[in-house]
Write a protein that binds this ligand. Structure first.
Ligand code: FAD
Length: 315
């Protein structure tokens, strides 16, 4: 009976949460409380902390948050790190701080352009592409860090080259040493599945972790999709538009839509793990996981979910 139970648990999808860095001290404290609560109530496999493109004080906050989440709260933490406005000396400081805190996971990114600019330019002597950062981390830290990279099922907004070129860029990041990839948000399961097929056909075998953005308000749903230049399936619009002024109904129907989408991508066999963009909110991500049946109380009592291996860790 115990063996059967283990089998069920291990075939269940696992999940993780992304948090961004709040701008105020009170916001940071609230976030620690929320991370802790969400960990207790749902046992994510890991959490990750975004990097504020731009360097300086906000970037310092990212490393502080990572260190506290990893070494004080005891959460398996992944630190995003970008090349925007980051001389190599600052990259070194951030990596060293992550290393010192016991963090073993880095999501290596090129980064968005800084808020005051539309165009991305490297700093003098700094890195041009995410693959350069992956190579650097690998050369400096060997296998200490598991390195993840970003994937774009609907292409990258800056780049209108064809799909195969973009998948080739992704392959270059993997060849440089990445061992997992997290995708940009999407709402069209068919596009995602078709992309996974191409990724696998290109010989990329690392775990594909889909980024799932909960729907909290209609305005945010439209704004984020526009920002990331992703396709909105007609069904999402048909079901959300008539209730757009009632946030609670939007959240409820949005959850149903995302549960259907997640079920479909899990059934496709390409993914076994869901990464939720929490936007530092508790309710919406937990509603999705609950309706997917991934928050079974029994497992939480035994803590078995937390013992499941990270999708990219080999031993
Ligand atoms: P790259 O893979 O280096 O690509 C950058 C651009 O160069 C793309 O247009 C790509 O098509 C092109 N390119 C890549 N390789 C080559 C090549 N060999 N030759 C020519 N062109 C090439 N941003 C933040 O600032 N902070 C975050 O914390 C953050 N977290 C993210 C998390 C996820 C899961 C995702 C998907 C994105 C995140 N971003 C974050 C946004 C990301 O930084 C931007 O999308 C950025 O514009 C691209 O980063 P990248 O790592 O994908 O870059």
């Amino acid at each position: 009976e115990k063996l059967q139970k283990h089998k069920e648990v291990s075939t269940k999808a696992t999940f993780s949460y992304e948090y961004f860095v709040p701008k105020t001290t009170q916001g940071v404290q609230n976030l620690y409380d929320r991370m802790d609560r969400m960990y207790e109530s749902s046992l994510p496999q890991f959490i990750d902390i975004t990097w504020n493109a731009g360097g300086g004080v906000l970037s310092q906050l990212s490393t502080d948050l990572v260190a506290t989440a990893q070494s004080v709260l005891g959460l398996e933490t992944c630190m995003h790190l970008t090349c925007t406005n980051m001389p190599v000396s600052e990259i070194d400081d951030a990596l060293q701080k992550a290393y010192d805190s016991g963090c073993q996971n880095i999501l290596a990114l090129r980064g968005d352009p800084p808020v005051d600019s539309n165009e991305w330019t490297p700093v003098e002597g700094g890195f041009r592409y995410a693959k350069d950062l992956v190579k650097y981390i690998k050369a400096k830290y060997g296998d200490h860090f598991d390195i993840g990279v970003a994937g774009y099922p609907e292409g990258h907004p800056e780049d209108d080259t064809d799909d195969s070129k973009l998948i080739d860029y992704l392959k270059q990041k993997v060849d440089a040493g990445a061992s997992f990839l997290i995708t940009q948000m999407f709402y069209d399961a068919d596009i995602f599945i078709a992309w996974c097929k191409k990724v696998r056909a290109a010989g990329i075998e690392i775990p594909i972790i889909p980024g799932i953005m909960p729907i909290t308000t209609y305005a945010a749903f439209l704004r984020r999709a526009q920002w990331c230049d992703i396709h909105l399936p007609q069904e999402f619009l048909d079901r959300l538009e008539p209730i757009k002024d009632d946030d609670q109904q939007v959240r409820d129907t949005g959850t149903d839509l995302l549960v259907e989408m997640c079920q479909k991508i899990l059934d496709s066999g390409y993914v076994t793990h869901l990464h939720l963009y929490t936007m530092n909110l508790e309710k919406a991500p937990l509603m999705i996981l609950d309706r997917l049946g991934l928050l079974s109380q029994e497992e939480h009592v035994n803590g078995e979910n937390s013992l499941a291996m990270l999708p990219w860790r080999k031993s």
